[in-house]
Write a protein that binds this ligand. Structure first.
Ligand SMILES: NC(=O)c1ccc[n+]([C@@H]2O[C@H](COP(=O)([O-])OP(=O)(O)OC[C@H]3O[C@@H](n4cnc5c(N)ncnc54)[C@H](O)[C@@H]3O)[C@@H](O)[C@H]2O)c1
Length: 292
């Protein structure tokens, strides 16, 4: 299923969901055939957005990608080309000018849009370590909420204008820190709480136009953004010990759920935060595993 056209860069096997591609062979059209999706948030092959892009590609969607700045351009384009996508654009979500330009480009190239994936978050590094009280400055609060929550509202405005009569779907990524205190997650937890409220308010506004808005609350996955959170490795180990499935989730786990939520299979689902976390968030108490 990986693009092999002339000039396509080869993508290491680690980046590909080969076993799912094999499973899909012979099953005919994917459940996102005919859909056009803008993926915001790819920074590396480990990005959750890249996992989502791969599953959406597997299910037949046509994809466009944004990159946050010129430094990221080549890396994102290489990944995009590896699955046959040629439509890429700069998009820093703190710039209204860049947001307008991105949706203008989509309108020119595609005429409309079916799916927007928002997988973007940022907080200054010092704010996601140590004491919440000591390390949450007014500026860190502002930046975290602007980049990680307001950006969904801003992108939804541009996307919704291109989704009339198309059963559009918006999807964002949240984390358990929205509803529970988690060591080091700090101000990002507040931003995720805002993001989850954002999902509900947008769903209420856009529902009458047939546009659905959902979020996935993902378990921890090692990505560039996650590496900035102090003690992240401890989180991974803890989840693998305590979660009902006794493992961490993968890019592919999240990608599959995202593809479903953005497809017509989920036509009755909106304003939902779906936990893709191996069940971790449901556990009230755990004891060290006993032998036998
Ligand atoms: N990795 C995890 O453990 C985990 C768990 C739950 C939720 N999430 C969420 O998933 C989403 C994706 O993060 P990830 O873990 O894949 O990390 P990542 O570093 O791969 O992706 C974060 C993305 O945000 C982008 N970004 C940051 N500031 C931006 C700006 N101003 N404009 C545009 N883009 C900007 C980065 O370029 C990057 O592509 C985030 O919302 C994150 O909070 C991650």
């Amino acid at each position: 299923m990986v693009y092999t056209g002339a000039g396509a860069p080869s993508v290491p096997r680690r980046f590909q969901f080969d076993h799912v591609s094999t499973y899909r062979k012979g099953l005919g059209m994917g459940f996102l055939s005919g859909k056009r999706a803008l993926i915001v948030g790819v920074a590396s092959d480990r990005s959750i957005a890249w996992g989502i892009a791969q599953t959406m590609h597997r299910e037949g969607a046509e994809l466009a990608f944004s990159y946050v700045n010129e430094k990221m351009k080549e890396r994102v384009e290489t990944l995009a080309h590896s699955i046959g996508s040629r439509l890429t654009m700069p998009l820093d979500v703190t710039s209204d000018t860049e947001i307008d330009a991105a949706f203008d480009l989509i309108k020119r190239e595609w005429g409309g849009l079916d799916i927007l994936v928002h997988a973007v978050a940022f907080a200054p590094r010092e704010a996601v370590s140590g004491s919440f009280l000591e390390n949450t400055s007014r500026e860190a609060f502002r930046i975290a909420h602007d980049v990680s929550s307001y950006s969904l509202t801003a992108l939804a405005r541009g996307a919704a204008a291109l989704m009339s009569d198309r059963q559009g779907a918006l999807l964002t990524l949240s984390y358990l820190g929205a509803v529970r205190s988690i060591p080091s997650y700090n101000v990002m937890g507040l931003a995720k709480a805002s993001l989850e409220a954002n999902v509900r308010f947008l769903a209420a506004d856009l529902g009458p136009r047939g546009i659905r808005v959902n979020g996935i609350s993902a378990g921890p996955i090692k990505t560039l953004a996650a590496a900035g959170i102090a003690g992240f490795r401890k989180m991974l180990n803890h989840v693998a010990e305590v979660a009902p499935l006794r493992r961490n989730v993968t890019q592919e786990d999240v990608g599959n759920a995202a593809a479903f939520l953005c497809s017509d299979l989920a036509a009755g689902i909106t304003a939902e935060i779906l936990y893709v976390d191996a069940g971790y968030s449901t556990v009230g108490m755990s004891f060290p595993q006993e032998n036998g």
